[in-house]
Ligand binder design. Structure first.
Ligand code: 5RP
Ligand code: FE2
Length: 216
């Protein structure tokens, strides 16, 4: 089953409770945390997760684009995160970081920037619940989808199947109704969409449109 993860990065921050309610027909809610170091932008922290966690029944998916994520994992888990995804590029001790996430009894995800090869997953794949393949360089919403990542998605899906693992492949960045079927066909099953959802006049309808467009 394909799961849609609207990213609140493109929502109206002055009206967040109303905005998240509009996408209750999606499965996930994607929260982009940026620190101005790992990526050039600064967004939100655990306080925002805590503020919205009782305003939605969507699965709370926290994408940490920060340096030293270990320092904040328990804060995000306590705030209500159900999945915490860290960037491999920010984690010199990735195995330890994944164990830290799991100790908090939340799902563990690992994100890869577009230029990061799948080989970094070699010794961590069986320990994680989700791989996030970035389809833009992280830092901003509304960027253009990098379509050379399609082959990377396909390669990872084959590898997961070959090893008989149960791991979600999430894609993030530039996903719209016109390209969602390509990422789904390549093997992604959790689809982040920010501007395509919250940039639309009716975000709930935009979620429906994305689901319909998955069929190709
Ligand atoms: O992690 C992100 C950026 O770093 C965002 O989740 C992503 O860009 C979503 O926005 P859009 O769908 O508008 O590209
Ligand atoms: Fe994201």
């Amino acid at each position: 089953m394909i799961k849609i993860a609207p990213s609140i990065l493109s929502a109206d921050f002055s009206n967040l409770a109303v905005e998240v309610d509009k996408v209750s027909n999606a499965e996930f809610l994607h929260i982009d945390v940026m620190d101005g170091h790992f990526v050039p932008n600064i967004t939100m922290g655990p306080l925002v997760v805590e503020a919205i966690q009782n305003k939605t029944d969507n699965f709370l998916d926290v994408h940490l684009m920060i340096e030293d994520p270990d320092n904040y994992i328990s804060d995000f888990a306590d705030a209500g995160a159900q999945l915490i995804t860290v960037h491999t590029e920010a984690c010199p001790h990735l195995h330890r970081t994944v164990q830290n996430i799991k100790e908090q009894k939340v799902k563990a995800g690992v994100a890869l920037n577009p230029a990061t090869p799948l080989t970094v997953l070699e010794n961590i794949l069986p320990d994680i619940d989700l791989v996030l393949l970035m389809t833009v360089n992280p830092g901003f919403g509304g960027q253009k989808f990098i379509d050379t990542i399609l082959f990377k998605i396909e390669k990872l899906r084959n590898r997961i199947e070959e090893e008989g693992l149960d791991i979600d492949i999430q894609v993030d960045g530039g996903i719209k109704p016109h390209n969602i079927s390509k990422v789904v066909e390549a093997g992604a099953n959790v689809i982040v969409a920010g501007s395509a959802v919250f940039g639309a006049e009716d975000p709930g309808q935009a979620v429906k449109d994305l689901k319909e467009a998955c069929m190709g």
